[in-house]
Design a protein. Structure first.
Length: 412
Protein backbone atom coordinates (compact mmCIF):
# COMPACT_ATOMS: atom_id res chain seq x y z
CA UNK A 1 0.00 0.00 0.00
CA UNK A 2 1.18 3.53 -0.79
CA UNK A 3 -0.50 6.74 0.29
CA UNK A 4 0.32 10.44 0.35
CA UNK A 5 -2.52 11.60 2.59
CA UNK A 6 -5.58 10.51 4.52
CA UNK A 7 -7.58 11.06 1.33
CA UNK A 8 -6.03 8.64 -1.14
CA UNK A 9 -4.40 5.26 -1.04
CA UNK A 10 -3.22 2.54 -3.42
CA UNK A 11 -3.34 -1.19 -2.80
CA UNK A 12 -1.15 -3.02 -5.27
CA UNK A 13 -1.78 -6.46 -6.71
CA UNK A 14 1.30 -8.25 -8.01
CA UNK A 15 1.01 -8.97 -11.73
CA UNK A 16 -2.45 -7.44 -12.19
CA UNK A 17 -2.98 -5.34 -15.33
CA UNK A 18 -6.41 -3.84 -14.55
CA UNK A 19 -6.97 -0.79 -12.33
CA UNK A 20 -10.03 -0.05 -10.17
CA UNK A 21 -10.52 3.51 -8.90
CA UNK A 22 -13.06 3.85 -6.08
CA UNK A 23 -14.51 7.18 -4.92
CA UNK A 24 -15.93 7.39 -1.40
CA UNK A 25 -19.37 8.76 -0.54
CA UNK A 26 -20.32 11.52 1.91
CA UNK A 27 -19.20 11.46 5.54
CA UNK A 28 -16.38 8.98 4.96
CA UNK A 29 -13.81 9.67 7.66
CA UNK A 30 -10.27 10.72 6.62
CA UNK A 31 -8.12 7.63 6.44
CA UNK A 32 -11.11 5.44 5.56
CA UNK A 33 -12.20 4.50 2.06
CA UNK A 34 -15.36 2.94 0.67
CA UNK A 35 -14.94 -0.48 -0.94
CA UNK A 36 -11.48 -1.10 0.51
CA UNK A 37 -12.56 -3.98 2.69
CA UNK A 38 -14.83 -5.46 0.00
CA UNK A 39 -12.05 -5.32 -2.62
CA UNK A 40 -9.28 -6.69 -0.41
CA UNK A 41 -7.23 -9.11 -2.55
CA UNK A 42 -9.29 -8.30 -5.65
CA UNK A 43 -7.12 -9.09 -8.71
CA UNK A 44 -6.53 -5.50 -9.84
CA UNK A 45 -4.49 -2.49 -8.85
CA UNK A 46 -6.76 -0.47 -6.56
CA UNK A 47 -6.88 3.28 -5.98
CA UNK A 48 -9.11 4.62 -3.19
CA UNK A 49 -10.14 8.26 -2.99
CA UNK A 50 -11.95 10.52 -0.54
CA UNK A 51 -12.44 14.29 -0.28
CA UNK A 52 -12.71 16.58 2.75
CA UNK A 53 -15.84 18.53 3.53
CA UNK A 54 -18.25 16.57 1.32
CA UNK A 55 -17.40 18.86 -1.59
CA UNK A 56 -18.25 16.33 -4.35
CA UNK A 57 -14.60 16.24 -5.47
CA UNK A 58 -14.95 19.74 -6.93
CA UNK A 59 -11.69 20.69 -5.20
CA UNK A 60 -9.88 17.52 -6.13
CA UNK A 61 -8.25 15.30 -3.49
CA UNK A 62 -5.54 16.51 -1.07
CA UNK A 63 -2.19 15.18 -2.22
CA UNK A 64 -3.35 14.67 -5.80
CA UNK A 65 -4.63 18.08 -6.84
CA UNK A 66 -6.62 21.06 -5.60
CA UNK A 67 -8.76 21.44 -8.74
CA UNK A 68 -10.44 19.01 -11.15
CA UNK A 69 -7.78 19.73 -13.77
CA UNK A 70 -4.73 19.08 -11.58
CA UNK A 71 -6.44 16.15 -9.90
CA UNK A 72 -7.24 14.52 -13.25
CA UNK A 73 -3.64 14.94 -14.40
CA UNK A 74 -2.23 13.36 -11.22
CA UNK A 75 -4.77 10.55 -11.26
CA UNK A 76 -4.06 9.76 -14.92
CA UNK A 77 -0.34 9.58 -14.19
CA UNK A 78 -0.96 7.33 -11.19
CA UNK A 79 -3.13 5.00 -13.28
CA UNK A 80 -0.56 4.87 -16.08
CA UNK A 81 2.08 3.79 -13.58
CA UNK A 82 -0.09 0.95 -12.29
CA UNK A 83 -1.83 -0.39 -15.40
CA UNK A 84 -0.24 -3.36 -17.10
CA UNK A 85 -0.29 -4.32 -20.80
CA UNK A 86 -3.87 -4.79 -21.98
CA UNK A 87 -5.24 -3.64 -18.65
CA UNK A 88 -8.59 -1.86 -18.36
CA UNK A 89 -9.53 0.93 -15.97
CA UNK A 90 -12.79 0.94 -14.00
CA UNK A 91 -14.01 3.99 -12.06
CA UNK A 92 -16.64 3.34 -9.39
CA UNK A 93 -18.54 5.31 -6.76
CA UNK A 94 -21.88 5.73 -5.04
CA UNK A 95 -23.78 8.99 -4.36
CA UNK A 96 -21.09 11.70 -4.03
CA UNK A 97 -18.59 9.04 -5.05
CA UNK A 98 -20.71 8.25 -8.10
CA UNK A 99 -20.44 11.86 -9.19
CA UNK A 100 -16.67 11.74 -8.63
CA UNK A 101 -16.37 8.51 -10.59
CA UNK A 102 -18.27 10.01 -13.53
CA UNK A 103 -16.53 13.38 -13.46
CA UNK A 104 -12.99 12.02 -13.26
CA UNK A 105 -13.74 8.89 -15.26
CA UNK A 106 -14.69 11.16 -18.15
CA UNK A 107 -11.68 13.43 -17.61
CA UNK A 108 -9.27 10.47 -17.41
CA UNK A 109 -10.95 8.60 -20.29
CA UNK A 110 -11.61 5.48 -18.23
CA UNK A 111 -12.60 2.33 -20.06
CA UNK A 112 -15.50 1.73 -17.68
CA UNK A 113 -17.50 3.94 -15.30
CA UNK A 114 -19.93 2.41 -12.80
CA UNK A 115 -21.87 5.04 -10.82
CA UNK A 116 -24.63 4.25 -8.32
CA UNK A 117 -27.01 7.00 -7.22
CA UNK A 118 -24.93 9.65 -8.97
CA UNK A 119 -26.50 13.11 -8.91
CA UNK A 120 -25.48 14.38 -12.33
CA UNK A 121 -27.17 17.77 -11.81
CA UNK A 122 -25.61 19.32 -8.72
CA UNK A 123 -27.76 21.38 -6.34
CA UNK A 124 -30.90 19.84 -7.77
CA UNK A 125 -33.99 20.52 -5.58
CA UNK A 126 -34.54 17.38 -3.55
CA UNK A 127 -31.01 16.14 -4.26
CA UNK A 128 -28.35 15.17 -1.75
CA UNK A 129 -25.70 17.67 -2.92
CA UNK A 130 -28.02 20.65 -2.34
CA UNK A 131 -27.47 20.39 1.41
CA UNK A 132 -23.68 20.40 1.05
CA UNK A 133 -22.64 22.59 -1.88
CA UNK A 134 -24.72 25.73 -1.18
CA UNK A 135 -25.27 26.44 -4.85
CA UNK A 136 -21.71 25.82 -5.99
CA UNK A 137 -21.54 24.61 -9.58
CA UNK A 138 -19.15 22.26 -11.37
CA UNK A 139 -16.68 23.75 -13.84
CA UNK A 140 -17.81 21.27 -16.52
CA UNK A 141 -21.37 19.90 -16.28
CA UNK A 142 -21.30 16.12 -16.62
CA UNK A 143 -24.30 15.58 -18.88
CA UNK A 144 -22.86 17.73 -21.66
CA UNK A 145 -19.76 15.50 -21.71
CA UNK A 146 -21.51 12.15 -21.91
CA UNK A 147 -22.20 11.98 -25.64
CA UNK A 148 -18.57 12.47 -26.69
CA UNK A 149 -17.24 9.93 -24.21
CA UNK A 150 -15.84 6.61 -25.38
CA UNK A 151 -16.27 5.07 -21.93
CA UNK A 152 -18.73 2.29 -21.21
CA UNK A 153 -20.95 3.89 -18.56
CA UNK A 154 -23.32 2.06 -16.22
CA UNK A 155 -25.61 4.32 -14.19
CA UNK A 156 -27.58 2.64 -11.41
CA UNK A 157 -30.47 4.27 -9.51
CA UNK A 158 -33.12 3.34 -6.98
CA UNK A 159 -36.62 4.11 -8.23
CA UNK A 160 -37.78 5.39 -4.84
CA UNK A 161 -35.61 8.55 -5.05
CA UNK A 162 -37.16 10.89 -7.59
CA UNK A 163 -34.32 13.42 -7.95
CA UNK A 164 -31.90 10.62 -8.86
CA UNK A 165 -34.36 9.35 -11.45
CA UNK A 166 -34.71 12.85 -12.85
CA UNK A 167 -30.93 12.96 -13.31
CA UNK A 168 -31.04 9.62 -15.10
CA UNK A 169 -33.83 10.76 -17.41
CA UNK A 170 -31.87 13.93 -18.21
CA UNK A 171 -28.76 11.88 -19.06
CA UNK A 172 -30.56 9.24 -21.11
CA UNK A 173 -30.48 11.06 -24.51
CA UNK A 174 -26.75 11.77 -24.15
CA UNK A 175 -25.44 8.27 -23.37
CA UNK A 176 -23.46 6.51 -26.08
CA UNK A 177 -24.72 3.21 -27.45
CA UNK A 178 -22.35 1.19 -25.22
CA UNK A 179 -23.78 2.67 -22.03
CA UNK A 180 -27.01 2.15 -20.11
CA UNK A 181 -29.07 3.01 -17.05
CA UNK A 182 -30.38 0.31 -14.70
CA UNK A 183 -33.01 1.15 -12.08
CA UNK A 184 -34.04 -0.96 -9.11
CA UNK A 185 -37.61 -1.08 -7.87
CA UNK A 186 -38.34 -0.28 -4.21
CA UNK A 187 -34.80 1.08 -3.67
CA UNK A 188 -33.85 4.56 -2.54
CA UNK A 189 -30.81 6.76 -3.09
CA UNK A 190 -28.54 4.48 -1.08
CA UNK A 191 -28.63 1.62 -3.56
CA UNK A 192 -25.01 0.54 -2.98
CA UNK A 193 -25.65 -1.67 0.11
CA UNK A 194 -28.36 -3.51 -1.80
CA UNK A 195 -25.99 -4.20 -4.70
CA UNK A 196 -23.31 -5.42 -2.28
CA UNK A 197 -25.71 -7.80 -0.57
CA UNK A 198 -27.56 -9.04 -3.64
CA UNK A 199 -24.87 -9.19 -6.33
CA UNK A 200 -21.36 -8.90 -4.81
CA UNK A 201 -19.25 -6.05 -6.16
CA UNK A 202 -16.29 -8.33 -6.77
CA UNK A 203 -18.39 -10.34 -9.21
CA UNK A 204 -19.79 -7.21 -10.84
CA UNK A 205 -16.36 -5.60 -11.25
CA UNK A 206 -14.84 -8.76 -12.63
CA UNK A 207 -17.62 -9.02 -15.19
CA UNK A 208 -17.20 -5.42 -16.30
CA UNK A 209 -13.42 -5.69 -16.59
CA UNK A 210 -13.83 -8.87 -18.67
CA UNK A 211 -16.23 -7.12 -21.03
CA UNK A 212 -19.36 -9.06 -20.05
CA UNK A 213 -22.86 -7.61 -19.99
CA UNK A 214 -24.05 -7.55 -16.40
CA UNK A 215 -27.30 -9.40 -15.74
CA UNK A 216 -29.57 -8.22 -12.93
CA UNK A 217 -32.64 -10.14 -11.81
CA UNK A 218 -35.98 -8.99 -13.18
CA UNK A 219 -37.28 -9.40 -9.63
CA UNK A 220 -35.07 -6.46 -8.63
CA UNK A 221 -35.02 -4.13 -11.59
CA UNK A 222 -37.60 -1.49 -12.44
CA UNK A 223 -38.75 0.08 -15.67
CA UNK A 224 -39.46 3.74 -14.91
CA UNK A 225 -36.64 4.91 -17.18
CA UNK A 226 -38.68 3.65 -20.13
CA UNK A 227 -41.07 6.54 -19.40
CA UNK A 228 -38.95 9.72 -19.04
CA UNK A 229 -42.02 11.99 -19.06
CA UNK A 230 -43.52 10.00 -16.19
CA UNK A 231 -40.23 10.34 -14.31
CA UNK A 232 -40.40 14.11 -14.75
CA UNK A 233 -43.97 14.21 -13.43
CA UNK A 234 -43.04 12.04 -10.44
CA UNK A 235 -40.13 14.34 -9.66
CA UNK A 236 -42.37 17.43 -9.88
CA UNK A 237 -44.88 15.80 -7.51
CA UNK A 238 -42.24 14.79 -4.97
CA UNK A 239 -40.27 18.06 -5.06
CA UNK A 240 -42.63 21.04 -5.50
CA UNK A 241 -39.71 23.50 -5.35
CA UNK A 242 -38.51 22.06 -8.66
CA UNK A 243 -41.44 23.61 -10.53
CA UNK A 244 -40.13 27.12 -9.89
CA UNK A 245 -36.60 26.20 -11.01
CA UNK A 246 -37.62 24.14 -14.05
CA UNK A 247 -40.66 25.77 -15.70
CA UNK A 248 -40.66 23.09 -18.41
CA UNK A 249 -41.66 20.42 -15.88
CA UNK A 250 -45.22 19.18 -16.40
CA UNK A 251 -48.09 19.85 -14.01
CA UNK A 252 -47.86 16.50 -12.23
CA UNK A 253 -51.44 15.90 -11.09
CA UNK A 254 -53.20 15.38 -14.47
CA UNK A 255 -50.30 13.41 -15.90
CA UNK A 256 -50.17 11.09 -12.87
CA UNK A 257 -53.95 10.63 -12.96
CA UNK A 258 -53.68 9.67 -16.60
CA UNK A 259 -50.87 7.24 -15.81
CA UNK A 260 -53.03 5.44 -13.26
CA UNK A 261 -55.68 4.89 -15.92
CA UNK A 262 -53.35 4.09 -18.83
CA UNK A 263 -53.43 0.49 -20.04
CA UNK A 264 -49.93 0.58 -21.48
CA UNK A 265 -48.11 1.09 -18.19
CA UNK A 266 -46.53 -1.71 -16.21
CA UNK A 267 -47.53 -2.41 -12.62
CA UNK A 268 -44.29 -0.85 -11.36
CA UNK A 269 -44.84 2.33 -13.35
CA UNK A 270 -48.45 2.58 -12.15
CA UNK A 271 -47.34 1.99 -8.55
CA UNK A 272 -44.74 4.78 -8.76
CA UNK A 273 -47.30 7.17 -10.25
CA UNK A 274 -49.75 6.32 -7.45
CA UNK A 275 -47.18 7.03 -4.77
CA UNK A 276 -46.25 10.40 -6.26
CA UNK A 277 -49.91 11.37 -6.63
CA UNK A 278 -50.73 10.27 -3.08
CA UNK A 279 -47.81 12.22 -1.68
CA UNK A 280 -48.97 15.31 -3.59
CA UNK A 281 -52.49 14.94 -2.10
CA UNK A 282 -51.15 14.38 1.41
CA UNK A 283 -49.08 17.56 1.13
CA UNK A 284 -52.25 19.39 0.01
CA UNK A 285 -54.15 18.11 3.09
CA UNK A 286 -56.38 15.77 1.08
CA UNK A 287 -55.88 12.46 2.97
CA UNK A 288 -58.92 10.70 1.46
CA UNK A 289 -57.55 11.18 -2.07
CA UNK A 290 -54.06 10.28 -0.84
CA UNK A 291 -55.30 7.01 0.64
CA UNK A 292 -57.19 6.15 -2.55
CA UNK A 293 -54.06 6.77 -4.65
CA UNK A 294 -51.88 4.71 -2.30
CA UNK A 295 -54.32 1.79 -2.33
CA UNK A 296 -54.46 1.94 -6.14
CA UNK A 297 -50.68 1.68 -6.22
CA UNK A 298 -50.67 -1.22 -3.76
CA UNK A 299 -53.21 -3.02 -5.94
CA UNK A 300 -50.88 -2.59 -8.92
CA UNK A 301 -47.71 -3.72 -7.13
CA UNK A 302 -47.12 -4.39 -3.45
CA UNK A 303 -43.30 -4.31 -3.55
CA UNK A 304 -42.56 -0.90 -2.05
CA UNK A 305 -42.52 -0.14 1.69
CA UNK A 306 -42.96 3.55 0.89
CA UNK A 307 -46.45 2.97 -0.55
CA UNK A 308 -47.46 1.30 2.70
CA UNK A 309 -45.88 4.22 4.57
CA UNK A 310 -47.99 6.66 2.58
CA UNK A 311 -51.14 4.57 3.04
CA UNK A 312 -50.59 4.36 6.81
CA UNK A 313 -50.14 8.12 7.14
CA UNK A 314 -53.19 8.85 4.99
CA UNK A 315 -55.33 6.32 6.85
CA UNK A 316 -54.29 7.83 10.17
CA UNK A 317 -55.34 11.31 8.99
CA UNK A 318 -58.65 9.85 7.83
CA UNK A 319 -59.25 8.48 11.32
CA UNK A 320 -58.81 4.86 10.19
CA UNK A 321 -56.54 3.59 12.96
CA UNK A 322 -56.94 -0.12 12.20
CA UNK A 323 -56.12 0.41 8.53
CA UNK A 324 -53.08 2.48 9.48
CA UNK A 325 -51.83 -0.33 11.70
CA UNK A 326 -52.33 -2.91 8.92
CA UNK A 327 -50.30 -0.79 6.52
CA UNK A 328 -47.56 -0.35 9.14
CA UNK A 329 -47.38 -4.11 9.70
CA UNK A 330 -47.08 -4.70 5.97
CA UNK A 331 -44.40 -1.99 5.68
CA UNK A 332 -42.40 -3.72 8.42
CA UNK A 333 -42.71 -7.06 6.60
CA UNK A 334 -41.53 -5.52 3.31
CA UNK A 335 -38.63 -3.73 5.06
CA UNK A 336 -37.28 -6.65 7.08
CA UNK A 337 -34.85 -7.89 4.38
CA UNK A 338 -33.18 -4.46 4.36
CA UNK A 339 -32.90 -3.88 8.10
CA UNK A 340 -29.34 -4.22 9.34
CA UNK A 341 -27.83 -3.90 5.86
CA UNK A 342 -25.96 -0.58 6.23
CA UNK A 343 -28.96 1.43 5.07
CA UNK A 344 -30.14 3.37 8.13
CA UNK A 345 -32.79 5.13 6.05
CA UNK A 346 -34.96 1.98 6.16
CA UNK A 347 -35.07 1.92 9.95
CA UNK A 348 -35.47 5.70 10.12
CA UNK A 349 -38.61 5.53 7.96
CA UNK A 350 -40.10 2.82 10.12
CA UNK A 351 -39.37 4.59 13.42
CA UNK A 352 -40.74 7.91 12.15
CA UNK A 353 -43.92 6.20 10.99
CA UNK A 354 -44.32 4.48 14.36
CA UNK A 355 -43.99 7.87 16.07
CA UNK A 356 -46.49 9.50 13.71
CA UNK A 357 -49.03 6.71 14.22
CA UNK A 358 -48.52 6.57 17.97
CA UNK A 359 -47.32 2.95 17.70
CA UNK A 360 -44.66 3.47 20.36
CA UNK A 361 -44.30 -0.16 21.44
CA UNK A 362 -43.76 -1.32 17.86
CA UNK A 363 -41.18 1.41 17.31
CA UNK A 364 -39.28 0.51 20.48
CA UNK A 365 -39.27 -3.15 19.54
CA UNK A 366 -37.85 -2.37 16.08
CA UNK A 367 -35.26 0.02 17.48
CA UNK A 368 -34.05 -2.34 20.18
CA UNK A 369 -33.79 -5.20 17.70
CA UNK A 370 -32.01 -3.38 14.89
CA UNK A 371 -30.15 -0.39 16.37
CA UNK A 372 -27.07 -2.49 17.22
CA UNK A 373 -26.47 -2.88 13.47
CA UNK A 374 -26.32 0.94 13.08
CA UNK A 375 -24.52 1.99 16.29
CA UNK A 376 -23.05 5.23 14.92
CA UNK A 377 -26.07 6.90 13.34
CA UNK A 378 -27.11 9.83 15.58
CA UNK A 379 -30.45 10.25 13.80
CA UNK A 380 -31.50 6.74 14.75
CA UNK A 381 -30.52 7.25 18.37
CA UNK A 382 -32.46 10.52 18.44
CA UNK A 383 -35.55 8.69 17.19
CA UNK A 384 -34.99 5.99 19.80
CA UNK A 385 -34.73 8.64 22.51
CA UNK A 386 -37.99 10.20 21.33
CA UNK A 387 -39.71 6.80 21.41
CA UNK A 388 -38.43 6.19 24.94
CA UNK A 389 -39.61 9.62 26.05
CA UNK A 390 -43.08 8.99 24.62
CA UNK A 391 -43.15 5.60 26.28
CA UNK A 392 -42.14 7.18 29.57
CA UNK A 393 -45.07 9.57 29.29
CA UNK A 394 -47.41 6.64 28.68
CA UNK A 395 -46.24 4.67 31.72
CA UNK A 396 -45.76 7.59 34.09
CA UNK A 397 -48.40 6.15 36.38
CA UNK A 398 -46.38 2.93 36.71
CA UNK A 399 -43.21 3.69 38.77
CA UNK A 400 -41.51 0.37 38.00
CA UNK A 401 -42.03 0.78 34.25
CA UNK A 402 -40.87 4.40 34.42
CA UNK A 403 -37.65 3.38 36.17
CA UNK A 404 -36.99 0.76 33.47
CA UNK A 405 -37.45 3.35 30.71
CA UNK A 406 -35.14 5.83 32.44
CA UNK A 407 -32.49 3.14 32.84
CA UNK A 408 -32.73 2.33 29.10
CA UNK A 409 -32.34 6.03 28.21
CA UNK A 410 -29.29 6.41 30.44
CA UNK A 411 -27.72 3.31 28.91
CA UNK A 412 -27.73 4.96 25.48
Amino acid sequence: MISDSAFWAVDRCEGAADVVVSFSAVNTRPGSFMMRRILANFPAQRIYLNCPGNQWYLDGVPGLGDSPQTMAESLSALIDGLRGPGGRVLFFGGSMGGYGALDYGLRCEADLIFAAGAELLLNLPGGISRGHLNGRAADQPIIARLRDSGSVILLVYGEDFSSDLYCGAAALPFLNTKSKIVTFAARNHNVTPFLARRYDYRVLFRGLLQGRNLAFSSDDTGDLMQRPELVRAIYAAHVPDALSQFPDLPDPEPLLHEALQASGLTSGQRSAAAHALGKLYLREQQPVKALAAAEAGIAASDRSPRLRNLAARAARRCGQGDAARRHLDRMIALSLPDLGTNDPGVLQSLLRLCLDLGEISSGLSLAQRHLPTEPNDPRLWKLYETLLTRHLAQVRQDPAAARAVLAAMQAH
